[in-house]
Design a protein around this ligand. Structure first.
Ligand code: NAD
Length: 354
């Protein structure tokens, strides 16, 4: 597939390449400084091909988990860079899912006041979401991603065949964010296509064969989702307005995750999007029946749609939303699939409406 370059106000914000193997990396790192690779241990063999393709000076493997997404782990990455002699010209390549790329991006932003970083995302979620847009960070105390910076990578290199080994629950995590993106904006019939691909995979119990069979369609959809996200980020890198749309369903989702540590982010986003659709119906922003249709589509894709907690129970967590301003939370409401708007509302009003 062709390279993709998305520009902001004259400056390129994201350079994203789609390739079927690490082979194209050699040309991309030519002319950059010495390459250092930090990778998720679950993709060690792919990372080793990346290392040989780029002539990396040193590689550092780490186990990833939300609990380990901490300043200490970032400090460990910085220690390895220091001990390996990385100077200010170094290029850090991050190979893994969103946890790894978020931490590597943060480490690269602070090491020697900033070295170049590029992402090679290996989960569906990191391909459609985490590796595009420049947000980096770690969890701190009980807050997710509360410390971090917005800083763009030099490039993102998406290799869809890495998804062959990704366990099905993590395919679903990416499915929720991809579907969310197409609800926000759909430059064609991508929402329908995504629902069709993920329901086909779900109907086969999420089998690796079903994922493999759908890889060409997934590649097309990842590309479309990246186009939407990158275009939004190019217009509003620091989330002063338009970028808030990417939080569709997320205020509810974060509250659901806060109340139950057993519900994954993707499943919570799915429930949150249905709540956002119900709220849109109550405010007559969309026609009646949208929430029901959305919920049926998400369920066909293998996603949960019913929050185990009533909205009244979610309210204290929603008030803590780190993106609230003057007591109002920016809720993203759905006019129709592919058409959304941002409405500041008090949590109290939302609870009363739902
Ligand atoms: N920066 C952003 O804009 C942004 C956006 C969305 C999410 N995030 C962050 O992303 C993180 C979640 O990312 P994620 O869903 O990629 O999870 P993850 O990084 O935990 O990866 C999921 C699991 O899959 C494994 N894995 C990764 N690639 C694999 C592969 N190809 N084959 C087999 N196993 C593989 C990992 O080791 C891990 O166990 C969260 O911390 C979230 O805060 C960031």
């Amino acid at each position: 597939m062709d390279d993709m370059i998305i520009s902001g106000d004259g400056d390129p914000v994201c350079r994203i390449y789609f390739r079927t193997s690490p082979d194209g990396l050699a040309a991309l790192v030519r002319g950059c400084g010495p390459v250092f690779i930090v990778y998720d241990n679950n993709v060690a063999s792919f990372a080793s091909s990346v290392a040989s393709m780029t002539g990396a000076v040193s590689s550092f493997g780490t186990d990833v988990s939300e609990e380990g997404k901490t300043l200490d782990t970032v400090a460990g990455i910085c220690s390895w860079l220091l001990q390996s002699g990385a100077d200010r010209n170094a290029l850090l390549l991050a190979v893994g899912g969103g946890i790894l790329t978020d931490m590597a991006g943060f480490a690269a932003a602070i090491y020697k006041r900033g070295i170049g970083v590029a992402y090679i995302p290996t989960t569906l979620l990191s391909q459609v979401d985490a590796s595009v847009g420049g947000k980096t960070g770690v969890n701190f105390h009980q807050y997710k991603n509360i410390l971090g910076v917005v800083r763009q990578p030099l490039f993102t290199y998406i290799c869809i065949p890495t998804l062959r080994t990704l366990p099905y629950p993590h395919i679903l995590e990416g499915a929720a964010e991809m579907i969310k993106t197409f609800i926000i904006r759909d430059n064609g019939d991508n929402y329908r296509k995504a629902v069709s691909v993920f329901s086909d995979i779900a109907s086969c119990g999420g089998s690796p064969d079903a994922v493999k069979r759908n890889l060409p369609l997934l590649e097309e959809l990842v590309r479309e989702a990246v186009l939407v996200k990158a275009d939004i980020v190019a217009q509003d890198q620091f989330e002063g307005g338009l970028r808030r749309k990417l939080n569709l369903g997320h205020t509810f989702a974060h509250a659901i995750e806060w109340c139950s540590h057993r519900i994954s982010h993707g499943q919570a986003v799915s429930m949150g999007m249905v709540l956002a659709a119900r709220l849109s119906e109550k405010l007559s922003i969309c026609s009646p029946g949208l929430a029901g249709r959305l919920s049926a589509d998400l369920e066909r894709c293998g996603l949960d749609t019913v929050s185990p907690f009533p909205v009244s129970e979610l309210s204290s967590a929603m008030v803590k939303d780190k993106k609230s301003e003057n007591g109002k939370v920016f809720f993203v409401l759905i006019r129709d699939i592919g058409d959304t708007e941002i409405v500041p509302l008090s949590v109290e009003d939302v609870v009363n409406l739902l």
